[in-house]
Design a binder for this molecule. Structure first.
Ligand code: NCD
Ligand code: ZN
Ligand code: ZN
Length: 345
């Protein structure tokens, strides 16, 4: 018998759509399967104001194919000098759902990020008061800290004080990669949650070096060792509502990845649900995929759960070697390799 299951349509709580031709090409991959996505604000010119978010949202909706329904949930990029008044404006907009913190220099297009969290304290206080969630790229950028330890050190140095100083602020530790993050989120109060990517659930750091340097497995936070990956699978498949799906699908051109100074980011939107299904199936937890993908995130963001459904079938297909995104080509995760599950459309 063919193996097949149906779940309430999922949402992606951490997504990079980019802009222009790249966005127009990437968008259908997400919109085909997900009802909504939290759209990251790290464009070349970061989305630092509600007006910029509105214009970006309009561009996304204009690029959406006529036969697709999709709701982009917008975010603002926190900077050292965001005016406190922008928070009330964001809350009242109805389309800005969160504010994103990037430590300056931590990742792609983070040059405008926050230099010292203390500088953002009045904005964070307004977010706490108005109940607008804070999303964290949780890594320190201190060059004295080993690249593989940057998430754990961020938790000690910054996240613990943040949760003490803003006990009412909803926070999402994005794209977690370590047992330290899993443990921290588990013991924290319910205002603290985390997203988990498919690639951090599937791959450990060996994937960066298998048979030679693998730039298409380079992302931030870096892939970690096997024991850490296993802790993430435990968290994702545990049924704990603090953990939910966020692909961090992040397209970069082949040229930008296969370079002497390659960009961080892995493209997974072409096969996101199929990848998560593989992980949950292997963990014997297919019955918990729906809550992770379709309930926990909307509950945390206090948005209604979706009503329509998505069906997956155990049928193999081959991922293309590359995708044509405007003038760029993007090498997706699993390029040229086989997927075990297919979304029925
Ligand atoms: N995850 C990544 O490696 N890259 C993301 C940025 C981010 O989420 O840190 C990107 O925008 O390319
Ligand atoms: Zn990030
Ligand atoms: Zn990201």
């Amino acid at each position: 018998m063919v193996k097949r299951f149906t779940l309430i349509r999922p949402d992606d709580w951490h997504l990079h759509l980019r802009d222009g031709a790249m966005m127009a090409a990437a968008l259908p991959d997400t919109a085909r399967h997900f009802a909504r996505a939290i759209v990251m604000p790290n464009l070349q010119t970061p989305i630092t104001t509600v007006d910029l978010a509105q214009a970006y949202r309009d561009r996304i909706l204009a690029a959406l194919p006529a036969d697709m329904r999709f709701e982009p949930l917008m975010t603002l990029y926190l900077t050292d000098n965001m005016p406190v008044s922008e928070i009330a404006k964001a809350k009242n907009s109805g389309f800005v759902q969160a504010v994103k913190y990037y430590p300056t220099g931590a990742t792609t297009h983070s040059e405008h990020g926050v230099t010292d969290l203390k500088r953002a304290y009045s904005v964070l206080a307004a977010m706490e008061k108005l109940d607008l969630p804070l999303l964290l790229h949780g890594e320190v950028t201190d060059s004295a800290v080993d690249m593989f330890d940057r998430e754990a050190v961020f938790i000690d140095r910054h996240l613990m004080p943040l949760t003490r100083d803003f006990p009412g602020l909803r926070m999402v530790l994005e794209h977690i990669t370590t047992r330290a993050a899993v443990d921290f989120v588990r013991q924290a109060p319910n205002n603290v949650a985390a997203t988990i990517t498919a690639h951090h659930l599937l791959l450990n750091r060996n994937a960066l070096f298998e048979g030679g340097l693998q730039p298409h497995h380079y992302c931030l936070p870096l892939l970690k060792r096997e024991t850490q990956r296993a802790a993430l699978v435990d968290a994702a498949t545990s049924g704990n509502p603090k953990f939910f799906l966020g692909t961090d699908s992040a397209p970069h051109s082949r040229q930008a990845k296969e370079s002497a100074c390659g960009c961080a980011g892995i493209y997974t939107a072409h096969a996101a649900m199929e990848l998560y299904t593989e992980i949950f199936e292997r963990a014997g937890a297919l019955d918990r995929l729906e809550a992770f993908a379709s309930f926990h995130g909307s509950d945390f963001y206090r948005l209604p759960r979706n009503r329509d459904t998505l069906t997956l079938e155990q049928r193999s297909w081959t991922v293309p070697e590359e995708l044509y995104f405007g003038k760029d080509t993007v090498v997706p995760l699993r390029a040229g390799k086989t997927m075990a599950w297919t979304v029925l459309t």
